[in-house]
Design a protein around this ligand. Structure first.
Ligand SMILES: [Zn+2]
Length: 72
């Protein structure tokens, strides 16, 4: 009897398929929130992100009102 088996049922942090959202997915989520004028939450602290507008209707980026993280 061998007990040297790997526990493959436990998800790893590096497994981005079907598990926790990846950083890219988080950023896309924030961007969609900003561009559709909905509330977007900061990927760092979950604070509120405010869109920053330039000369065009679409926001240039966003800034977290809580921790000051910028997304552009
Ligand atoms: Zn933040």
């Amino acid at each position: 009897m061998s007990s040297a088996t790997l526990d493959t049922t436990r998800p790893t942090l590096l497994d981005g398929v079907g598990g926790e959202p990846t950083l890219d997915e988080l950023l896309v989520e924030v961007w969609e929130g900003l561009t559709t004028h909905r509330a977007a939450s900061c990927p760092a602290c979950r604070g509120q992100m405010q869109p920053e507008y330039g000369a065009h209707a679409r926001p240039l980026g966003g800034r977290c009102v809580r921790c000051g993280s910028r997304l552009s």
